[in-house]
Design a protein around this ligand. Sequence first.
Ligand code: CP
Ligand code: NVA
Length: 299
Amino acid sequence: MATAARSVRDVDDLSAEELRTVLDRAASMKAGEGGRPLADRTLAMVFEKPSTRTRVSFETGMTQLGGHAVFLGPDDIGIGGREPVADIARTLSCYVDVVMARLFDHAHIEELAEYATVPVVNGLTDDAHPCQTLADLLTIRETLGGFDGEVAWVGDGNNVAQSFVLGCAMAGQSLTVATPSGYGIDDAVLDRAADLGEAPTVTDDPAAAVEGADAVYTDVWVSMGQEAEREEKLAAFEGFQVNADLLAGTDALVMHCLPAHRGEEVSADVIESERAVVWRQAENRLHAQKALLAWLLDA
Ligand code: CP
Ligand code: NVA
């Protein structure tokens, strides 16, 4: 079913120019400009998985923009169970101006976007986390002064990593990705990155990846929904912890989307150190998403 609404299933649903526009608007909103452009507008927030940052930043963001957010948790909607995804999309479109959804199956965000007549924003799926990427790019621009530095991803080639790969390609940000063999970025995502700009350099050597890096980004090794793979993944990721040894010899900032598992993908001392920009990333979720919502609703 055709829809006129622009959706953000992943970050490359924006053009590189639109991405810049959203980041610029986020920066001006962060500086206190922008007013309340979404007065009387409503956001539906559909959650199949837990969240702290995504829920609170979207809900608070709508309040600050003059609008309202409705939280729909796993027991409220039962997406794909109690009711088909396409029916939920069409029903929510009757009431609200925009939908944000955090889902397991990426195909379900595609289907929501296909059937909704209002914009749909991906608040994380098993494959992508574009709102995190917006906040991360804003953070890199603020802390490194632009996208001319060197950034390394060390850890799992997961949802956060995949959107980050695409966002870096769109922004012209040089990126090296170090993952254990078998846990890399999907080939299709690497191909999309190459089409958008430049695919990242890919390695299985964390030390090589962080050499010369201005920022090193990691995320949990066991994502939501992967709990059964925990032991296998902890074994596979040995040597990939972002810790003082790995960072010795660099001045790299440390990025993490949070929540963090101290002692697994990152050491406690490193994430609590001056290097870490993780609270800035968390704060930037608010500004980036406010800008995205206002842009999507042409407000
Ligand atoms: N980074 C992030 O999306 O955090 P939450 O899972 O708490 O929303
Ligand atoms: N990769 C993590 C990100 C959480 C924000 C997960 O999917 O659980």
